[in-house]
Design a protein around this ligand. Structure first.
Ligand code: T3D
Length: 254
């Protein structure tokens, strides 16, 4: 892979965007490589951490590859959508570890992850109107659901940088962490998920995604089906046995 790196240890696949000279801007190669590795994070991966090299998480579309008149719609359909669907459908939960600025599609890539943890010095910028575009990469779908229409509209029209702290206070991300504790916190969160009941995590992700469009009846039916799957799992048997035995559960993901 040319634009990203992937390491895998102790059930944690770490995918690092690696074009620091352009603040990890997304080009065609990076979109394809991300789609591939998010679909297949590696044998035994139980959690994925997505982060960036250097002082940025991702600056969005590589603007040296973009100009008016290019087939922007085609690029979104052919290259962005597979990457974003691979993220949402990743077999393991994805933590976006936002180490620095996340702009444009880079912000919205992070916000589609299952959990977003940001360093306090990081920020999120809906930079699109600065160059005459609209937010894409799922931003107009996800952001109003996270922070409501008023804040989403303001952030998108003004393209104001939203600090990690503000993002956490608004409910746009899960947590903002002091810079000097960021790496340790991300590692601890990833480790917790890697040791957890992976079937539960998969089904929680399915249920929460579906809740965006389901009514209550449909969601109750979905919960019953997904819980039925979990109820037949070894991890459920182990969880109950561990509780009754007053010991820590040893989940295997089966
Ligand atoms: O086109 C399509 O196919 C449609 C898809 C659109 C999706 C989108 O994502 S559109 C939005 C694209 N992204 C942006 O508009 C953000 C552009 N970047 C910035 O606004 C700023 O760079 C940042 C806010 C991210 C960071 O600012 P700062 O001051 O910390 O850094 P900087 O000096 O601006 O950037 C450092 C270098 O990275 C610089 O290069 P240099 O001068 O050192 O050689 C800069 O040109 C480069 N860089 C930053 N972002 C991009 C980039 N190069 C290419 N593409 C970028 N997106």
């Amino acid at each position: 892979m040319q634009t990203i790196t992937r390491t895998l240890a102790n059930g944690i696949a770490t995918i690092t965007l690696n074009r620091p000279e352009v603040m990890n801007a997304l080009n065609s190669a990076m979109r394809a490589e991300l789609a591939e590795v998010l679909a297949n994070p590696g044998e035994g991966a139980r959690v994925v951490v997505l982060t960036g090299t250097g002082r940025a998480f991702c600056s969005g579309q590589d603007l040296t590859d973009a100009s008016a008149g290019l087939d922007v719609e085609g690029t979104l359909r052919r290259e962005y959508e597979p990457m974003l669907r691979a993220l949402v459908n990743c077999p393991a939960p994805v933590i976006a570890a936002v180490n620095g600025v996340a702009a444009g599609a880079g912000a919205n890539l992070a916000l589609l992850a299952d959990v977003v943890i940001a360093a306090e010095s990081a920020s999120f910028v809906q930079a699109f109107t600065r160059i005459g575009l609209i937010p894409d990469a799922g931003g107009t779908w996800m952001i109003p659901r996270l922070i409501g229409q008023a804040r989403a509209m303001g952030a998108m029209l003004f393209a104001d940088p939203i600090t990690a702290r503000q993002a956490a206070d608004w409910g746009m991300i899960y947590e903002a962490v002091p810079d000097d504790a960021f790496v340790t916190r991300v590692a601890a969160r990833a480790d917790a998920l890697a040791q957890g009941p992976t079937r539960s995590y998969l089904n929680i992700r399915k249920a929460l995604r579906a809740s965006a469009t389901n009514d209550l009846d449909a969601q109750l039916a979905l919960e019953a089906r997904l819980q039925g799957e979990c109820g037949n799992s070894k991890d459920f048997a182990e969880g109950v046995a561990a509780f009754l035995g007053k010991r820590r559960p040893q989940f295997t993901g089966s």
